[in-house]
Write a protein that binds this ligand. Structure first.
Ligand code: UDX
Length: 431
């Protein structure tokens, strides 16, 4: 099929490359010339495992092109909208400027019979409003949320665990089935809904995941005042298949470009709909999550004798999660910035996110590698659970630092081994 993908960020660039690898003819469109130039040269503008390979492969076959001109979408049968919906500056709601602009710019290039497919995460009711703009052109709108996780985006796009089509006609279902023919051949569950349900599926999924993480972090808070161990608690309750062990890792909390802004946007939308109380708990989910960052900072201060002022603190990790260079709403970066604000002599390192962190926070000091970040540290904070840090050897690491103090913000180290090696070890919700 011939398809355009409007918006080439984390979602759109991966979607475009993945669709081309499935044999479709794809044009990716974005207003950012630097991004388009990189993608057109077969380079990924951000770190995502597997994406560079797909870009090079499709670049060579000519299945995938990139452009800054939305007019290049003309003549294509399917148009995906994959632009961002960041948090508004003046509140918690979603900023729909980019979605609205993408649709408005696409309108003059639509032909009767085209299918516009929304993938961006939007407040419920958006698709209905956009359909009124699109339908007079003779094109149709479908809402097809994506659930990709950064770090696994290529796999999640090619082999999604479910497909959700919010549609108004059987024809739209048939077109989407052809788009996703490969996933359909693998018996991927496919749920056909109306617009509102499709929009809400995405919002509800992210709200649930955020709630699950904050639930276990709330248990960590209780564990901290009772001497219990939240990691054992998570293992024990996780054996109940109704609960499940996934997304029950207590630590410095969730961040990234989705979970934090999506729960805030959901609260804002529910309030607009007069149902704020239905999701009032999401404010608590957000508050618990943010408290965990403070807890890490408090542990650093406590282990340093009450103050981090002028102390050399090594922060391991800056990305919001491993296998990503994304620093949007990253708890790790936030902890580094706040410690710096307290007068600590902070040095940070991340295998991929240093360039992005340096652009956003040039006041921080960054190391070039793991060895440099550890050298002379009076306290170490493990803030993102990259493999590099999970596999640190407590004995060798002790040689590098000035004082063997470690705050494990992700609960990924073995407290026994680290204490045996002579470290002061503190986790979150662990005795
Ligand atoms: C998320 C959703 O998983 C995905 O389906 C949606 O499409 C976009 O948002 P992503 O932001 O890539 O994906 O990250 P995810 O792997 O879900 O992790 C989110 C955050 O939660 C990270 O900061 C991670 O460190 C944190 N997390 C995750 C925990 O703190 N504990 C856990 O047990 C799991």
């Amino acid at each position: 099929m011939k398809m355009s993908v409007i918006g080439c960020g984390y979602l759109g660039a991966v979607h475009a490359a993945a669709m081309a690898s499935l044999g479709h003819e794809v044009v990716g469109i974005d207003v950012d010339p630097a991004k388009i130039e990189a993608l057109a040269a077969g380079q990924a503008p951000f770190f995502e495992p597997g994406l560079p390979e797909l870009l090079t492969e499709n670049h060579d076959t000519g299945q995938l092109r990139f452009s800054t001109d939305v007019a290049d979408a003309k003549g294509f049968a399917v148009h995906f909208i994959g632009v961002g919906t960041p948090q508004r500056r003046d509140g918690g709601g979603a900023d729909l400027t980019y979605v609205d602009a993408a649709v408005r710019d696409l309108l003059p290039h639509l032909s009767p019979g085209d299918l516009v497919v929304g993938k961006s995460t939007v407040p419920v009711g958006t698709a209905e409003r956009l359909a009124e703009l699109i339908e007079p052109t003779g094109a149709e709108l479908a809402w097809n949320p994506e659930f990709l996780r950064e770090g696994f985006a290529v796999k999640d796009t090619i082999e999604p665990d479910r497909l959700v089509y919010g549609v108004r006609s059987q024809r739209a279902v048939d077109i989407l089935d052809e788009v996703y023919a490969q996933a359909m051949s693998l018996d991927t569950p496919r749920i056909v809904t109306d617009y509102a349900t499709a929009e809400l599926v995405k919002t509800a999924a992210n709200a649930f995941l955020a709630t699950k993480i904050s639930f276990i972090n709330a248990m960590a808070e209780i564990a901290e005042v009772t001497g219990a161990d939240v990691t054992q608690l998570a293992d024990a309750i996780g054996h109940d298949v109704r609960i499940g062990r996934k997304f029950l890792n207590a630590g410095v909390g969730f961040g990234g470009g989705c979970l934090p802004k999506d729960i805030r946007a959901f609260s804002a939308r529910a309030e607009e709909l007069g149902r704020g109380e239905s999701v009032a708990f999401l404010k608590e989910v957000d508050a618990i999550n943010l408290r965990r960052r403070q807890r890490v900072i408090d542990l650093v201060k406590e282990t340093l004798g009450g103050s981090a002022y002028l102390k050399r603190v090594a922060v391991l990790g800056l990305a919001f999660k491993p296998d990503s260079d994304d620093i949007r709403d990253s708890p790790a970066l936030d902890v580094a910035v706040q410690l710096h604000g307290l007068g600590a002599d902070v040095i940070a390192w991340d295998p991929e996110a240093v360039p992005n962190a340096g652009k956003a926070h040039p006041q921080l000091e960054f190391a070039d590698n793991l060895e440099d970040v550890l050298r002379g540290a009076e306290a170490v904070v493990l803030a993102t659970e990259w493999k590099h840090f999970r596999e640190l050897d407590p004995v060798a690491t002790k040689e590098a630092v000035a004082t063997p103090i470690i705050v494990d913000g992700r609960n990924v180290l073995d407290p026994v081994a680290w204490r045996e090696a002579g470290w002061t070890y503190r986790g979150l919700g662990r005795p």
